[in-house]
Design a protein around this ligand. Structure first.
Ligand code: ATP
Ligand code: MG
Length: 377
């Protein structure tokens, strides 16, 4: 059975819409061996898009490798993950990948660790440490494999912002770039969220990954495409929603992909087969959306100082710039003039706010709605 609406995990096929232009651009880059950097706020659809492109290229003479490095806390965590995913996903026989691995990476001492949870996968760590392997040995491996197999390889690294959190991050980045930029048979698609981390890696002139490749900032999916998706998926489930009410789902969630799907699902579950959605269902579902996300939102505000909360309050009241003006600082109790930069920086680093041209805005539109209801006095 196809789920009508899916949120929180990467989507494909029936649940995937749009992204035609981006798909084409990525496919061209992957085919042409051009490195790509893909950025967007959280939950807009990076992983889904890259996975779709990998899927589409399956039949071609390109090997695409996908890995998520969210759990990698150190440089060598990353090398272990990178090496094992490259080896696994390029092995000619899946069951033999560890055997084949020894051809490309010497001195391996794989360790199998079983997860404490029953039924879940066991993990293999290749046992790569600074004592056994240099970073270059690991980083050069993909190129060797590509040459040996006579194929082009694209390595897609999800949650790449994690590299920016590592100790000595700039040196790690320099090591990666210095090897990767010379590879002729391997290209990279590096993507992630957390704007301040991603931009500190890719958009700063002094940083190793500056101008590493084609930079794509993923946009929201336009309302027209969402409306068509929502209306038709309701119809598939024998429920009816008007385009105008589907449009309301888009505007409440500001077209944020995961929220559009989540809110659509909440509306969908209000109705039985044969019924039609009305305005009160939308109202109920938006309340539910705020309620189900409340725990997360509470976690987001919990560490904030009173000044930082006041800054968000000012934003929610419609102030988007000139926070340093005396009358704004006084009205919203933002402290001294010199405090403003600090507040702004702290909130940007937490990804709670973002710059839109010369103005500031709250990043997550549903969080903004919740904040407005619960945190304004
Ligand atoms: N092309 C799409 N069509 C329909 N829904 C989508 C699409 N892309 C994303 N979504 C919705 O957004 C959700 C998150 O997608 P995805 O995990 O790909 O985003 P992401 O940008 O990688 O998120 P994160 O920043 O958390 O890594 C999906 O579960 C789905 O609900
Ligand atoms: Mg993702």
């Amino acid at each position: 059975m196809c789920k009508k609406f899916v949120y929180g995990v990467a989507v494909s096929d029936y649940n995937f819409i749009g992204r035609e232009v981006e798909t084409k651009r990525l496919m061209n880059n992957f085919r042409g061996g051009i490195n790509t950097i893909l950025m967007s706020p959280r939950r807009l659809g990076k992983t889904s898009l890259v996975m779709r492109v990998c899927e589409k290229l399956k039949s071609e003479a390109i090997i695409t490798i996908y890995l998520d490095i969210f759990g990698c806390k150190s440089e060598y965590d990353f090398y272990n993950r990178l090496a094992s995913e490259i080896l696994k996903q390029t092995a000619s026989k899946q069951s033999m990948w560890l055997e084949e691995a020894k051809e490309f990476l010497y001195r391996l001492t794989p360790k199998i660790s079983f997860s404490p949870e029953p039924n879940s996968d066991f993990a293999i760590s290749l046992g790569i440490t600074p004592k056994t392997h240099t970073p270059e040995e690991v980083l050069e491996m993909a190129e060797k494999i590509a040459i040996k197999k006579g194929k082009q390889i694209v390595v897609c690294i999800d949650e790449f912002q994690q590299i920016g959190e590592m100790t000595d991050s700039k040196h790690v980045q320099a090591r990666l770039r210095s090897v990767w930029q010379h590879q002729k048979h391997v290209s990279y698609c590096l993507f992630g969220s957390k704007h301040h981390l991603m931009s500190s890696i890719f958009l700063h002139r002094s940083m190793p990954f500056y101008q590493f490749g084609d930079l794509i900032v993923l946009d929201k999916i336009p309302s027209a495409e969402w409306v068509e998706y929502i209306v038709s998926h309701f119809a598939d489930g024998k429920r009816t929603i008007s385009s105008a009410l589907a449009e309301e789902i888009c505007s409440f969630t500001d077209n944020y992909s995961a929220y559009v799907q989540q809110l659509s699902w909440l509306v969908y579950t209000q109705k039985e087969e044969g019924e039609t959605v009305d305005e009160s269902d939308i109202k109920q579902a938006t309340d539910d959306l705020l309620a189900t996300n409340e725990v997360l939102f509470m976690q987001m505000v919990e560490p904030l100082s009173e000044y930082q909360l006041n800054f968000l309050r000012a934003l929610c009241s419609g102030v988007t710039k000139d926070f340093g003006l005396a009358k704004i600082r006084e009205k919203y109790q933002l402290g001294s003039y010199s405090n403003i930069n600090r507040l702004q920086k702290a909130l940007l680093e937490r990804d709670l706010i973002e710059k839109r041209g010369t103005e500031l805005a709250i990043t997550d539109p549903v969080f903004a709605k919740w904040f407005q209801r619960k945190m304004m006095f």
